[in-house]
Write a protein that binds this ligand. Structure first.
Ligand SMILES: Cc1cc2nc3c(=O)[nH]c(=O)nc-3n(C[C@H](O)[C@H](O)[C@H](O)COP(=O)(O)OP(=O)(O)OC[C@H]3O[C@@H](n4cnc5c(N)ncnc54)[C@H](O)[C@@H]3O)c2cc1C
Length: 655
């Protein structure tokens, strides 16, 4: 087994992680140790709300394995290409296992789902719910013994590609139901009784939903206030409060609800407890009080759910009391992969629309695709679609192979694919010109093909907001990226620790960095890539070298900012951006080499991969340049002034 921190450093990391928490706190309900906040992060100088949010998130966080993952190791200058190369393609047997369902789904969508009508009316017809249930679309990953299709993540991803390419509303219905709704947390954490009771119901088409967000608790679940009080005999919990924006809530029969249970004392301090419950919607006291409507996804059955003295039996707790945030975050770690797969489908569709139109539409005497400004957009779309598919299905396949902790890979896929898809939709609208902005109905009304670019654009915008906004994904990835360094050196700056422990950390981290840092200057590239095509090899070597440059940059930033680095969100986001692009380049090259072995046209595969890698390298250069020279400080101050009502002239002259 490899470790991101090689031999002597690994030992140091083990020593320091052994000191990373006070012992003796127990979860009284089970007699198990309650995890204190790792002492690698000093929360003593934080504002109360920030401290609580961070402590809760840290308590819910599972530590990364010492050997890290391909993507997490990019931040420590360790380039383990052999973990993703040869490309872990879906096996022929697994592909065949999904074929029958995927063919049925494609036919069903084509013949029975009318996306423009759904968008116009804001309703998915009841017969679509029935038809989708009949082909098994609500239990794709649920094992056969619980009434589902028992298909793999790769096949589920392929279904999401089909759905995303056709209709965002149906894609959201199916995805929220099983990626974050009842099925996923039960598959991960449910008891056998819970699985037997609920999985056949949801796999058969009883809709499920995930209720975490509240009016005051969006990205920050620490402020969650829906209460779950135990009854005197402890057999039930009584839920009171309200949930906001619960997708599928309007149609759901069963929900996963995150609620606050009584706080506990951990290390002498009160620790908020969040617990996940399975809640039947027909339980007395539960009401759907409002249906929310949005810019896009107009047929989303998204609800405000009100709880008034809703009695839920203790056996409906998922995992255990107080572990609700862990349930939610772990559910999202894997569930998050559905969105990038749906983005692959939508982006392919938008590329196809753009490609056709750029060839057909003549302006200034030639097809618009001959004008470099339009050609540039289409090339970007093509490269990004190729990379998006490579990253998403590489990660899906690793998930199927249970290849370790993939939270960083899934977060990178979600963040990168949703942002790229928005850009692709924007470019597709530009390529289509006025027709991109016109609705499908209006186009049809005057005799033109009803190509709904504006609907696709409206529908995909929310992808960078829900299931972890892009900003939160960047913070999440940055936290994991800093973990090996925090374990080694975090204690130095932690004023909550005794001086003796901090002094020891100075010594151990000095020893660690004396070995690690010089290695980050060594020019060696990737190993074991002789059998890669030479075009791909040059990009993979670049990625290996650049991961060391990234590790050095991160180290310098830590040396410069110390414990205040977490406040440098823009700087960290550049490092996250670099690592994500390196992951994309690596996945793309591995995928391209695999395609070459599948007798795909070599010139086409290499042209796409090479274009993408070159374009990605330009983005990486921009990130590095921005890390050295930027206007972050001034920008921050300017915003604080604006928040304090300065610069009144910017408000002059408007209605
Ligand atoms: C259509 C739709 C469907 C949804 N479905 C569900 C669902 O099924 N279940 C559910 O529980 N929720 C759902 N949500 C809620 C969704 O997950 C939240 O909107 C999301 O978590 C962001 O929360 P917020 O909107 O309150 O934004 P806020 O948390 O108020 O954030 C506003 C902005 O500030 C940024 N921000 C916040 N904190 C930080 C920080 N620390 N650092 C930097 N930037 C920060 C955010 O990224 C965002 O850009 C849905 C929302 C929508 C719009």
């Amino acid at each position: 087994m490899k470790s991101p921190l090689e031999a002597p450093e690994k030992q140091i990391a083990e020593e320091t992680s052994a000191t990373s928490g006070r012992r003796g706190d127990t979860d009284s309900s089970r007699g198990e140790p309650e995890k204190p906040v790792p002492a690698v992060i000093d929360t003593s100088k934080m504002a109360k709300g920030q401290r609580e949010a961070l402590e809760l998130a840290e308590a819910a966080r599972d530590p990364l394995e010492d050997r890290g993952s391909f993507a997490s190791n990019l931040f420590v200058g360790r380039y383990d290409f052999d973990r993703i190369y040869p490309y872990p393609a879906q096996s022929a047997e697994d592909r065949a296992a999904g074929e029958n369902f995927l063919r049925k789904l494609e036919n069903y969508l084509r013949e029975h789902v009318d996306p423009d009508e759904i968008d116009r009316t804001g309703e998915i017809p009841p017969e679509n719910f029935k038809g989708l249930a009949e082909i098994g679309a609500f239990g794709i990953k649920v094992p056969k013994k619980y009434g589902g299709l028992g298909l793999s993540q790769c096949n589920y991803g392929r279904a999401a590609v089909l759905l995303g390419s056709w209709d965002g509303n149906v894609a959201a219905l199916v995805s929220a139901h099983q990626s974050i709704g009842v099925a996923q947390p039960l598959l991960l954490f449910g008891t056998e009784e819970q699985k037997q009771k609920y999985l056949p119901r949801v796999a058969g088409g009883e809709i499920s939903a995930f209720a975490l967000t509240e009016v005051h608790a969006g990205s920050d679940p620490a402020t969650l206030s829906l209460k779950a009080e135990p009854t005197a005999d402890g057999s039930e919990f009584v839920l009171n409060g309200e949930k906001l924006w619960c997708t599928n809530g309007v149609k759901a029969g069963v929900l996963v609800v995150m609620a606050r249970t009584p706080s506990k004392l951990v290390g002498g301090k009160e620790r908020k407890q969040i617990t996940a419950f399975i809640v039947d919607v027909d339980t007395p006291g539960l009401e759907i009080t409002y249906r929310c409507r949005f810019m896009g996804l107009r047929a989303l059955y998204n609800a405000v759910v009100k709880f008034t003295n809703v009695h839920i039996p203790r056996e409906n707790i998922i995992f255990k009391e107080g572990a609700g945030l862990k349930v939610a975050l772990t559910t999202l770690n894997a569930g998050r992969l559905t969105l990038p797969a749906a983005c692959v489908g939508l982006s392919k569709r938008l590329l196809e629309i753009s490609r056709k139109w750029a060839g057909e539409r003549i302006q200034w005497g030639v097809p618009i695709g001959k004008h470099a400004a339009i050609a540039g957009k289409i090339a970007e779309m093509a490269g990004n679609v190729f990379a998006m598919e490579a990253m998403t299905f590489l990660t899906s396949s690793l998930l199927d192979r249970k290849a370790g902790d993939l939270r960083i890979e899934t977060a990178m896929c979600k963040m990168w694919a949703t942002e790229m898809t928005w850009r692709i939709a924007d470019d597709a609208m530009q390529v289509r010109g006025g027709r991109g902005y016109e609705t499908a109905q209006s186009l049809a009304g005057r005799g033109e093909p009803p190509i709904a670019v504006e609907r696709f654009l409206r529908d995909c915008r929310v992808n960078t907001i829900f299931e972890g906004s892009s900003e939160i994904m960047r913070l999440f990835i940055a936290r994991e990226a800093l973990d090996p360094h925090l374990k080694v050196g975090g204690a130095i700056f932690n004023t909550q620790l005794p001086m003796s422990e901090r002094a020891k950390a100075v010594f151990t981290s000095g020893k660690f960095y004396a070995g690690w840092y010089p290695r980050q200057w060594m020019p060696n590239g990737a190993r074991k890539i002789d059998n890669l095509h030479e075009i791909l090899r040059s990009h993979v070597d670049y990625a290996a070298r650049t991961s060391k440059r990234l590790a050095r940059g991160l180290f310098h930033a830590m040396a410069r900012f110390g414990p205040k680095l977490d406040r440098e969100q823009l700087l960290l986001s550049r490092f996250v951006g670099i690592a994500t692009e390196l992951f994309a380049i690596s996945a793309t090259c591995s995928y391209a080499q695999w395609l070459l072995g599948q007798d795909k046209p070599a010139d086409e595969v290499l042209a796409l991969a090479d274009y993408f890698c070159r374009s990605s390298r330009m983005r990486i250069n921009n990130h590095f340049a921005g890390a050295h020279r930027n206007v972050d400080r001034r920008g921050y101050q300017l915003t604080q002034d604006l928040l304090a009502s300065k610069h009144a002239m910017l408000r002059d002259g408007i209605v």
